[in-house]
Design a protein. Structure first.
Length: 233
């Protein structure tokens, strides 16, 4: 006898029945605001910590500050304890790397706390329908970035610790051109500094090392690139 998997079964059930939502996280004031917003849309709501019955909810809304790396532990715990229920993150701030790490950790959606009133209901409905929902400004974080040949060359040298002057000399470019290519690469990666770019590129979970550094740099025996100390382009 055919038996639907939990995601497929939830998709059919929530189309006709009330979507049940667990709202959890440390910020009690923000939780109450979330409950008030979702309550106007007719969701079945529960606010509080995870319990043994948390896996029975259709969606989990987790207050989680993605600007703090340690909060990803809270996200992974929520994903593990919620079973197959999708998780929507409510965060006061998020940039490209944080968004990618949240998605890799199992989040299905993100709503900035400034957008709760206008975006949260739509995000909960989207993830309940097995969709991923992120702010338009962070859409770049969902897909692998496409870098031009010159952007890859400049970024590769920057990640290895070279200064703008050294990169310019190596590639026979003006320093202003190097800075322009770096700025464009940072935008495509969703980062704001050399350190963030290096951390992102060297993170094996991101899958960007072969794109930026070339597959040969990942071979055994090759020296590992260093994370530069300079924080500006």
């Amino acid at each position: 006898m055919y038996r639907a998997d939990p995601v497929e079964e939830r998709g059919r059930r929530t189309a006709a029945d009330t979507v049940t939502v667990l709202v959890t996280g440390e910020d009690g004031l923000l939780r109450r605001r979330i409950v008030a917003t979702l309550g106007t849309a007719g969701f079945g709501l529960h606010a509080g910590p995870f319990t043994n019955g948390s896996a029975g909810f259709d969606v989990v809304v987790l207050v989680c500050d993605l600007s703090k790396v340690e909060r990803l532990v809270d996200l992974r715990t929520a994903v593990q304890q919620s079973g197959s229920a999708p998780t929507v993150i409510i965060s006061p701030e998020a940039h490209g790397p944080a968004m990618r790490r949240a998605l890799s950790a199992g989040a299905s959606g993100l709503v900035l706390d400034t957008d709760i009133d206008r975006a949260l209901v739509a995000a909960v409905r989207a993830v309940a329908a097995n969709q991923t929902c992120v702010p338009r400004a962070l859409k770049i974080a969902v897909d692998k970035p496409t870098l031009s040949h010159r952007e890859r060359e400049v970024l590769k040298l920057a990640v290895s610790g070279r200064t703008n002057g050294e990169i310019a000399a190596a590639l026979c470019l003006a320093e202003s051109t190097v800075k322009s290519h770096l700025s464009a690469a940072f935008h495509r990666l969703g980062v704001r500094s050399r350190r963030e770019a290096a951390t992102l590129v060297l993170d094996p979970e991101e899958g960007l090392m072969s794109i930026v550094l070339g597959t040969d740099t990942a071979q055994p025996g090759r020296p590992a690139p260093v994370v530069p100390q300079t924080s500006s382009a």
